[in-house]
Design a protein around this ligand. Structure first.
Ligand SMILES: [Zn+2]
Length: 233
């Protein structure tokens, strides 16, 4: 195999290794985002049920207060019958007025709460389903992510082995340059040449350089220093 063919292969393998590593590194961030989404769904689900419970409690409290208010009102109305002093009569009347206003207020509140409880209770199946879906989705994500991770790890090992094998074909005299460049630039140490143009820096190459390359020799771009190979047809 010519040196340029080897460089082409090494470039491909190193690009693939870099992409693999980036995806592996992204894994924990993706997991964190998925966990945050699940937690938000869990909270929304719990909040909904908590709201229903709270509304029902308020309903019960208001109903209790209404009963007390009604009993008090009945007592006040009875007391009114026995009063003959006008000033006292007026005071009692005012008391009755206040109790009636409170009764009306409670009745309104109870009706409003009832409507809200009904509405939220009707939404419970949908809310439960949404939470169930979120849990199932997360479980599926975990299974998929684990499988993907295994695949990438295996791919990484295979690609690494293929790279070592390919790099063994780099001539010994070029090896120090090669090692120095890939150490500093990774996959960016290589560039294909297409239509006499270095694809790394877009500089046009001399005719002599192109001939050198097509002969399969080890060669670097005079402009950007990347190791060159002719682009595959
Ligand atoms: Zn270049």
């Amino acid at each position: 195999m010519s040196v340029t063919a080897t460089l082409r292969q090494c470039h491909r393998l190193r690009k693939h290794l870099k992409a693999l590593q980036e995806e592996i590194d992204r894994g924990p961030r993706v997991l964190k985002a998925q966990q945050a989404r699940l937690a938000a769904e869990e909270q929304a689900h719990a909040d909904h049920h908590e709201a229903v419970k709270r509304l029902k409690l308020k309903q019960r409290d208001d109903e209790g207060t209404l009963k007390q208010t009604e009993a008090r009102l009945a007592k006040l109305e009875q007391q009114l019958q026995g009063i003959s002093v006008p000033k006292e009569y007026k005071a009692k009347e005012s008391e009755i007025e206040q109790a009636r206003a409170k009764r009306a207020e409670l009745e309104d509140a109870i009706l409003a709460t009832m409507g809200e409880v009904e509405e939220r209770t009707a939404a419970v199946p949908a809310v439960d389903r949404k939470w169930g879906d979120a849990m199932a989705e997360f479980a599926q994500y975990e299974v998929d992510a684990a499988a993907r991770f295994e695949r990438m790890k295996a791919d990484q090992i295979d690609t690494q082995a293929a790279l070592v094998k390919a790099e063994a074909d780099i001539p010994a005299k070029n090896r120090p340059t090669y090692d120095h460049l890939v150490k500093g630039h990774g996959p960016d140490a290589f560039a294909a040449v297409k239509d006499r143009v270095c694809q790394g820096c877009r500089t046009g190459l001399t005719q002599q350089k192109v001939i050198e390359l097509s002969g399969g020799a080890f060669s670097q771009c005079p402009s950007c220093g990347k190791m060159l190979y002719p682009a595959a047809e």
